[in-house]
Write a protein that binds this ligand. Structure first.
Ligand SMILES: Cc1cc2nc3c(=O)[nH]c(=O)nc-3n(C[C@H](O)[C@H](O)[C@H](O)COP(=O)(O)O)c2cc1C
Length: 234
């Protein structure tokens, strides 16, 4: 089997298939392509299915996604977060809401996210409105985090300037002393989830010779599913 790189499909696998355990799956996806008829009527179900493919393939951090926001001046910003939930209501992630991204979302409550698995020749883009999740949701997620992660999140006021590493280590030690292992670390008010309600969702599948497939769900209340799917030039 030739590598997808030799087929002109993408960045290429310079090591050859022998060193690339994703090559066979990538090649199959590349040959299969994307067809509107094969997509789930619910784009979030389709996103969940793609995440499952990446997870089952053994990709490291398969839920890592780039989250793009804009600040009050309209300047874009982007960083990675972990996708922690996909359901009919949208995509969820968890963070410190007093962080740069939190402050940006408070002013412009809209975002774009990108999930990309280059080794599978796949990318998903989602845009939409963003709302904080409720306290019950944030509490649930917080309760499932390891004790050490709760300590660190409690001690760190994300995106604020530190004079040095010692400032963070001291803050962590102070929270640890107050809440030793076995005790409940309370969720700081500033820490919680966000939900992006999708307005459009694009699936990108690498095909040979850069003739890629791009299918985009767009909201359309006149259809039975509430979505229409369009094909875009690659
Ligand atoms: C793979 C990966 C996953 C990450 N996941 C999260 C996350 O789920 N939540 C979070 O607050 N930061 C996460 N981060 C750190 C963010 O990228 C970022 O540094 C932090 O949220 C501060 O961003 P801000 O200053 O733009 O608010 C992750 C970073 C990487 C590289």
């Amino acid at each position: 089997m030739s590598s997808t790189g030799e087929q002109g499909g993408g960045g290429g696998d310079r090591r050859g298939d022998g060193g690339d355990r994703f090559a066979a799956l990538r090649a199959r996806l590349l040959v299969d392509g994307l067809d509107v008829a094969d997509l789930d009527a619910d784009p979030m179900a389709e996103v969940a299915a793609w995440v499952a493919v990446a997870t089952d393939a053994g990709i490291w951090e398969p839920t890592a996604m780039t989250l793009a926001t804009v600040d009050a001046d309209g300047a874009p910003d982007a960083r990675m977060v972990l996708l922690r939930g996909v359901d009919g209501d949208g995509l969820r992630w968890y963070t410190d809401r007093s962080s740069a991204k939190g402050r940006q979302l408070a002013v412009v409550p809209r975002a774009a996210v990108v999930l990309a698995w280059p080794v599978l020749g796949r990318q998903i883009r989602v845009r939409g409105a963003v709302t904080p999740t409720d306290d019950a949701d944030s509490d649930d997620y917080w309760a499932g985090r390891p004790h050490g992660s709760r300590i660190a999140a409690s001690a760190s006021h994300q995106s604020t300037e530190l004079a040095g590493r010692a400032g963070l280590d001291d803050a962590i030690a102070a929270v640890e002393a107050a809440y030793p292992e076995g005790t409940v670390v309370p969720r700081p008010d500033r820490w919680g989830g966000y939900r992006l309600t999708p307005e459009r969702v694009e699936l990108w599948q690498q095909r040979a010779f850069r003739a890629h497939d791009r299918l985009r769900y767009e909201r359309d209340p006149s259809t039975p599913t509430g979505w229409r799917i369009v094909r875009l030039s690659p």
